[in-house]
Design a protein around this ligand. Sequence first.
Ligand code: IMP
Length: 425
Amino acid sequence: MAVDLLLGLQWGDEGKGKIVDVLTSNYDIIARFQGGPNAGHTLVFNGKKHVLHTIPSGIFHEDTINLVGNGVVIDPVIFKGELDKLAEQNVDYKKSLVISRKAHIILPTHRLLDAASEASKGKAKIGSTLKGIGPTYMDKTGRNGIRVGDLELSDWQERYRSLADKHESMIEFYDAKIEYNLEELEAEFFKAVEVLKTLTFIDSEEYVYQAQKSGKTILAEGAQGSLLDIDFGTYPFVTSSNTTAAGSCTGLGVAPNQIGEVFGIFKAYTTRVGSGPFPTELFDEDGETMSRVGNEFGATTGRARRCGWLDLVALKYACQVNGVTQLMMMKGDVLSGFKTLKVCTAYKYKGDVIKHFPYNIDPENIEPIYTEVEGWAEDLTEMSDASQMPKALNDYIEFLEKELEIPITIVSVGPDRKQTIFRDK
Ligand code: IMP
């Protein structure tokens, strides 16, 4: 069976967790392939909210295997925190969670390095979640990292020590005045590593290959969004992994010809957290309304998200890079009450009108060109069937489908599993 992908198409926080949860009953395995605890995937069901950071969003379904792939970076301390919360919910995670031996470990000093690097950048800071993601991927590509499989070796603590010592001298080099107590951080870390070691470690590429061969269905769950991709995002204001479709091949060991459906998730408007260019950003009442009604605060850091109109130039680019086959529009309910909606359909770029996403989208180069469409007044949050959707919402969706040339098959109208409208292809 081919592996299906589910990816965020904007700057993250599109609502991937909810849709994975909705789709999980169609799959035997849900697999994360990149990122780490910088992600915050929110699921709401039975009146309760659950936030996952590293653990795949299929974990609440009893019969689903949840796989943390080789492309993911794991902070044992945060991971343990997630496990503790699952235990409180009586989730039998030991049965349903497997971890790639090739996934890399985030050390306490990676987090400190992240903080030191950001502090030293001053105004040019990335706005990182400070979870140690960048430094851990740097050690991975620098061939210094410690992997999950290493924890099974007798000398792993010596390797840990020499890497942590090196990190400490690097922290000093930044001269960023980071206060920390490494002994305390290490005590917590080593305790969490012991918990991690009670889980099942696997050679995940072989596991995925055999699962595919035996007809198991697999959904690869992306984290962050395409515009945060290390290659195709708004560099340097990006994360440190490939968040796009190709990342699932390297992050799970799936061959490119084994990819099936590519589900692209986007919000009916746009948000971004952290620094970096955002052509359709709003600084007015409309932006404030989106922020308030959409409760636009980060699930991991609690930071306020910047809000703006939907950017079809950027969305088209993300669809192209990922080969999206089906779109899912999130938070349609947040736009209820806007008389007119604006959609960016082109950029004025250094005097020319362009329809593609260029190398540099800094504000001095880009001016968004908008098409205005009629809004809707109706509350969508109680709707569960496409026939209930107001005409203006249907028109908005059809306009987007025409521009993007891809069907929108799910419209989400609230955070709960039940607030999901399926549309025919
Ligand atoms: P890092 O991946 O924590 O280093 O953060 C790099 C950039 O990506 C920052 O602008 C973060 O705010 C952003 N970012 C990282 N993870 C997420 C996410 O899951 N959702 C939204 N933004 C994210």
